[in-house]
Design a protein around this ligand. Structure first.
Ligand code: FAD
Length: 385
């Protein structure tokens, strides 16, 4: 059996490693010559970590991951702690730790595990066609690839999604802009072993530790789409949006490097229930694009990869049947994640000011139990719970 995999991001590479481990021949085609991830870092929650463990990457991920032992919310203006608690009960309940990691390092880890030389870079697929006993993909440079099945892991702007669904999906602007990057850990900004978030005015500023004594930081601000802002205006923009916020936030804005800070308008796609057509399967953001508000897009791509590999390995009624079983196992799960993230996004970013202020009040009485119960519910919905 040979699988053609389109896309060498988190989803495509996880799928390639998972299938290879099951003895399935794989070919990976990636559009760009060099992958430059859209964000600086990513939090991999225990459901994603378990998938990486399944792929034989446990030691690698623990080496790249930051020590996120505590979680705290602070008021953005006064820096007063609203809640702070240990994540240890969560780890005990779900059986694995969460790991925030630098994206470039995660990408490199997956590439190394699959085999960097085995990925065909600079190959952008233009269209695909299902043939009698397989699938054929054509590329911009005239190259043609054939396989018994095709995995479309070509991201949120997937060109293969339309072919699978038979219609064009629209990306939905979630109403806020996210800036993210990496800085050296500075304990006058936040503790080194904690996920710290400052909240006020429907905005947030967050810091998570990653390996190498660095913080992954991000800022969220509800804003209209398409503003004329870029790296040249970045520090001034953040100073303006966070004017009057507490000293740690000001220090973070002063410290960050605008040239390595990303600015992203956050989108998702209304969930759809079809991930498969014949011998073609959508995987990762191609099949379910979510806002990053519960940190699950990449984790879900890893889950897809594991479920798909197991379906292909354990079902003997043919590829179409195995892919249908993959779809059945995944579509409710990924829909749930997208909608959960959208709900969290709206509360965090002041879509309804009353609900956002009620949440700030709730944080003052939070012992950690409610937040960890929510995370546990999400994590335990994964395939390796
Ligand atoms: P991508 O990473 O987009 O990879 C798709 C690949 O396909 C790319 O390399 C692209 O070049 C290639 N490609 C595209 N078109 C073609 C083509 N025509 N032919 C060939 N190749 C093609 N997730 C988490 O789990 N935790 C987090 O904390 C988290 N934080 C996030 C923060 C932000 C700001 C954002 C924007 C997202 C976050 N996510 C997070 C989501 C996560 O980044 C995505 O879900 C994940 O990257 C999806 O991986 P993917 O492989 O499906 O798609």
């Amino acid at each position: 059996m040979k699988a053609v995999i389109i896309g060498g991001g988190i989803g495509g590479l996880s799928a390639a490693i998972a299938l290879k481990r099951c003895g399935i021949e794989t070919e990976v085609y990636e559009a760009v010559k060099e992958i430059k991830p859209v964000g600086a870092a990513i939090s991999i929650w225990p459901n994603g970590v378990k998938c990486l463990n399944y792929l034989g990457l446990h030691e690698n991920i623990t080496a790249l991951g930051g020590n996120m032992a505590y979680l705290a919310y602070n008021d953005g203006h006064s820096a007063t702690t609203l809640t702070r608690f240990s994540l240890s009960p969560l780890v005990q309940a779900v059986g694995e730790r969460p790991y925030p990691v630098a994206r470039a390092e995660l990408q490199n880890m997956l590439l190394e595990q699959y085999g960097k030389d085995a990925v065909q870079f600079g190959k952008r697929v233009t269209h695909i066609e299902e043939q009698q006993d397989g699938v054929c993909a054509w590329f911009e440079d005239g190259h043609k690839a054939t396989g018994d099945l095709l995995i479309a892991a070509d991201g949120t702007h997937s060109v293969i999604r339309n072919w699978v669904l038979g219609y064009q999906t629209e990306r939905r602007y979630a109403g806020y802009v996210n800036w993210n990057g990496l800085v050296d850990i500075d304990e006058t900004i936040a503790p080194a072993d904690q996920w710290t978030t400052f909240v006020a005015e429907g905005k947030r500023v967050s810091l998570m530790p990653v390996a190498g004594n660095r913080f992954y930081f991000f800022f969220d601000v509800p804003l209209p789409k398409g503003l004329d802002e870029d790296r040249d205006t970045l520090r001034g923009d953040l100073k303006r949006y966070f004017s009057g916020w507490c000293p740690p936030v000001q220090k973070l804005i002063d410290t960050l490097d605008p040239q390595t800070t990303n600015r992203i308008e956050i989108h998702d796609i209304e969930p759809f229930m079809q991930l498969v057509r014949g011998r073609v399967a959508l995987l990762g953001d191609a099949g379910h694009s979510t806002t990053p508000d519960i940190g699950q897009g990449g984790c879900a791509a890893m889950e897809d990869a594991v479920v798909l590999a197991i379906a292909l390995q354990t079902n003997s009624l043919g590829i179409e049947d195995a892919l249908q079983r993959y779809q059945e196992k995944r579509n409710e799960r990924v829909k749930d994640l997208v909608l959960k993230a959208r709900k969290r996004c709206d509360v965090t970013h002041g879509k309804d000011q009353q609900a956002t202020h009620a949440w700030y009040d709730e944080l003052k009485t939070e012992t950690g139990e409610r937040i960890m119960a929510g995370i546990e519910d999400t994590v335990m919905g994964g395939p390796l719970a």
